[in-house]
Design a protein around this ligand. Structure first.
Ligand SMILES: Cc1ncc(COP(=O)(O)O)c(C=O)c1O
Length: 387
């Protein structure tokens, strides 16, 4: 029997295992020097002013909203084509998520719809670079400037993405990254916030670890214990338990060294899928600007209902039967029970997102997928539409 092609298999090698083992065997496994080293490396890679590690992108979004000053009853405009944590983080600060429908070609938030949703209560725009394709940043930045709004970039899919030669995450007030198990760079669980404002950075740094005065953990490092004078810490904020630890950071450092190599493999799989699936009743995400770098985190297919009666869920079952994993990124957030109850969203709130959410699926696009496997996946999709 053919081996299962996993949808989001991480690419972890001996180097990651060796570095993690080194940390585990050392005297320090919590937040420490390895975590700081990872932050420095990430900051250099992203060409950003500050980088602060956390234990998830959800934590990064939550902290960003708080320290961008978003409060109870404020409104934050965001996309309906995203994962729950984008919406949840807005709800967590007591603000109201206001949806601006996507562009049906790029699947990213449509700037025209953003402007229509602005009210006196609007304080921020939370954008998602879906699948790794940068949003229409020029237009979004102009809107933010005109209405004095904060921008938070959800870069969970967009570690490698660039817009006009500049890394995404550097355009907004903060950029939030995910290192969850299926992401282009994984630490198992983890995240990073990048920003350019020193004050925000300082506040985020304290808030991510209980609100303890700066670097309180350093007091326990083996070299600090030798100091003659014991130092106390202060609690200066009501903080969170959002810190990354050295075990995870060790994995992140090695993964970051491989980022370009892995990106190239993803790029060739992306191009192969696009080439081999032409002629089928499918649509793909349109890369509509010249000067962008796609992170190729996801390869999204959309069934074109005008050209076929075949259903997305049946295609997923068919692929699964043939040992091919597939994902859905995403069903529109307007379909989810809790948001329908809380915000009154319906099938008509964001029609483009509803269509995409009902008809899209994602193919495996990680570095462990071989060319032979990708061709097999394409053959099976063709077979499904011929049946
Ligand atoms: C668009 C988007 N935002 C945020 C997140 C949350 O990331 P994390 O699991 O690191 O909290 C995800 C995770 O898949 C995501 O896809």
């Amino acid at each position: 029997m053919r081996k299962q092609i996993i949808f989001g298999e991480p690419s972890i090698g001996k180097e990651e295992i060796n570095y993690i083992s080194k940390v585990v065997r050392s005297k320090w496994i919590g937040s420490g020097q390895v975590t700081e080293k990872f932050e420095k490396k990430f900051k250099i890679y992203k060409n950003s002013k500050y980088a602060l590690s956390v234990n998830s992108c959800t934590a990064a979004l939550h902290l960003s909203l708080i320290y961008c000053g978003i409060k109870r009853n404020d409104e934050v405009i965001t996309t309906p084509m995203t994962f729950a944590s984008t919406i949840n983080s807005i709800a967590m600060v007591g603000a109201k998520p206001i949806l601006a429908d996507i562009d049906p070609e790029t699947f990213n938030i449509n700037p025209k719809n953003i402007e229509k949703k602005i009210t006196k209560k609007t304080k921020a725009i939370l954008i998602v670079h879906l699948a790794g394709l940068p949003c229409d940043l020029n237009k979004i930045l102009k809107i933010a400037k005109k209405y004095k709004l904060k921008i938070i970039e959800d870069c969970a899919h967009a570690i490698e993405s660039k817009y006009n030669n500049k890394h995404v995450g550097n355009f907004g007030n903060t950029g939030c990254f995910s290192f969850y198990s299926t992401k282009n760079l994984t630490t198992g669980e983890g995240g990073m916030i990048i920003c350019k404002d020193k004050n925000i950075y300082k506040k985020l740094r304290i808030a991510r670890l209980h609100g303890l005065s700066k670097d309180a953990w350093k007091r326990y490092l083996p070299e600090s214990v030798k100091k003659k004078q014991f130092e106390h810490y202060d609690v200066s904020e009501i903080g969170f338990k959002y810190n990354m630890i050295d075990i995870n950071a060790a994995m992140g450092i090695v993964q970051l060294n491989k980022i370009q190599k892995h990106w190239k493999i993803r790029q060739s799989l992306f191009n192969l899928y696009k080439k081999k699936l032409v002629g089928l009743p499918l649509k793909f995400q349109k890369i509509n600007f010249k000067n962008v770098k796609h992170a190729y985190h996801l390869f999204l297919l959309v069934i074109d209902n005008k050209r076929t009666k075949k259903k997305r869920d049946n295609l997923i079952s068919f692929l699964n039967k043939n040992n091919i994993g597939a994902g859905i990124n995403y069903r529109t957030v307007t379909d989810m029970t809790v948001y329908r109850k809380k915000y009154g969203w319906t099938n008509n709130t964001c029609p483009h997102s509803k269509y995409l959410g009902d008809n899209t699926l994602s193919l495996p696009i990680h570095p462990k997928v071989t060319k032979k496997e990708a061709l097999y996946i394409c053959e099976k999709i063709k077979q499904f539409f011929k049946k």
